[in-house]
Design a protein around this ligand. Sequence first.
Ligand code: 5RP
Length: 222
Amino acid sequence: MTQDDLKRAVSAAALDDIDNLLTPDAVIGVGTGSTANHFIDLLAARRHDFRGAVASSDATEARLKSHGIDVLELNHVGTVPVYVDGADEIDARLRMIKGGGAALTREKIVAACAERFICIADASKRVEILGGFPLPIEVIPMARSYVAREMVKLGITPVYRDGVLTDNGNRILDGYDRLFDDPEAMEAALDAIVGVVTNGLFARRPADVLLLGTGGGVERMT
Ligand code: 5RP
């Protein structure tokens, strides 16, 4: 099985998992990335069974609309019963690093408004300790150098993601060389730096369910 096959398999499993939530009034939260794209493509076949979706990025909004799925503004929806998204890394307690696709801020907002967060990922994303994948941090452009210096004080090596502007008009610093044995504390410490919009540690609000694609099938963890 290729990595792409695994992404499609976990997306199909997610669709099964939310079957009872696809009702005429339901608005579903949808994530960003190659795994989420598979989910969107499968969700399209069910577009007449639910009201619409809240998108976590401009790219996801465009893909949902291309399938004829209504995209609603989160402010008009309030909470969503479920949010389905991928991850760059996920640990045994379903804490994640996200933001490889620079969509972390809207992803964290939709996740905060979700009653249930289902993470869909291929087996390569499962780790013992978060931090092998560089930690994305969205920053206000004028604060870029300041935030980078503060990251160094926390033992993180910052690298500017050149040429990338987020959907919110901000910049991304990727943090290297630091494993996160206490991701909740680091998430809070990074959020406390002036100029940080969002950091890619999703520890204080982890996923509720992980659907992990492995060679032996899809494993469901809670
Ligand atoms: C985008 C994200 C994605 O969920 C993450 O990068 C995983 O992407 P993919 O499914 O393509 O591996 O956080 O900001």
